[in-house]
Design a protein around this ligand. Structure first.
Ligand SMILES: Nc1ncnc2c1ncn2[C@@H]1O[C@H](COP(=O)(O)OP(=O)(O)OP(=O)(O)O)[C@@H](O)[C@H]1O
Ligand SMILES: [Mg+2]
Length: 244
């Protein structure tokens, strides 16, 4: 299986604080990879380095075999990377369709093509509301799908989802798991940050646990669930892996 992202000994310091320490890892093309760990573990910082919001203090990051360690964030969408934000960006007074169309203008200025692309993406994520509805008036789960749709509209090969399921109930999470699977089946690789262990275990092909900026464990959901370090540092003794 080919690799879409490769990180080698990536470290990020903010002043005296080491947010990510010597992280190495790979994201296989067409996989769903989970990034989990306690608050402040460095998950979003890792995303920000892949998206080139920040550059690493040291280490290398490759995207589709190209060294992107020092690339500009504004070039990443064109290279095939899109993301959602942990602190979500407002939808404004625009409709659902208009919100999705914004991203689709990256590749063409032909309004008909842009609208067509936006409608296609809305279908892929499974938006249930009328696409002409004001985005702020939609349900929680449609707002989450819209976050994903806005990112997908730029036509990425890799999408980074930062706690896109936060604030959702179990039923809504199941729906979003289904959305992620459909997105992956459409050929988009996914790296997802999520605190709900059950959700991440059911969704991901591979999981990284970050702990105090360092990679604690890497493996399949089953490997991670049975790892003693993962259980003692993060999953907890009462984590019932038989459930998963
Ligand atoms: N721009 C910044 N400047 C200074 N420190 C930062 C910055 N961004 C993150 N940090 C610090 O780096 C550490 C890792 O933060 P990060 O946001 O990556 O964690 P996280 O794993 O995403 O946590 P959470 O689950 O709460 O979102 C924290 O100690 C945080 O305070
Ligand atoms: Mg975060």
């Amino acid at each position: 299986m080919s690799v879409i992202v490769k990180m080698e000994h990536v470290t990020k310091q903010f002043g005296g604080l080491t947010a990510v320490n010597d992280f190495s890892g790979e994201i296989e093309k067409n996989a769903i990879v989970g990034l989990i760990g306690p608050n402040g573990a460095g998950k979003t910082t890792l995303f920000n380095m892949i998206a080139n919001y920040y550059h690493p203090t040291s280490g290398k990051i490759y995207f589709k075999d190209q060294d992107i360690t020092e690339a500009r964030t504004e070039d990443m969408a064109r290279m095939g990377l899109a993301r959602t934000f942990q602190v979500t960006k407002p939808f404004g007074d625009m409709t659902v369709l208009q919100n999705i169309m914004v991203g689709a203008f990256l590749h063409t200025t032909n309004a008909r093509q842009v609208e067509q692309k936006a409608r296609e993406v809305a279908g892929l994520v499974g938006m249930t509301c009328d696409l002409d509805m004001i985005a702020n008036n939609t349900t929680t789960v449609d707002k989450k799908k819209l976050e994903i749709a806005r990112a997908l509209a730029v036509g990425p090969e890799l999408i980074l989802l930062d706690e896109v399921m936060a604030g959702c109930n179990p039923q809504e999470k199941l729906e979003l798991v289904d959305t992620c699977r459909k997105v992956r089946d459409a050929g988009v690789t996914i790296l997802i940050i999520e605190h709900d262990i059950k959700t991440i275990m059911s969704l991901c092909d591979k999981i990284y646990i970050l702990h105090r900026g360092e990679k604690l464990v890497e493996g399949t959901p089953e490997q991670v669930a049975n790892d003693k370090r993962a259980i003692s540092a993060y999953l907890g003794e009462d984590f019932d892996n038989a459930e998963n």
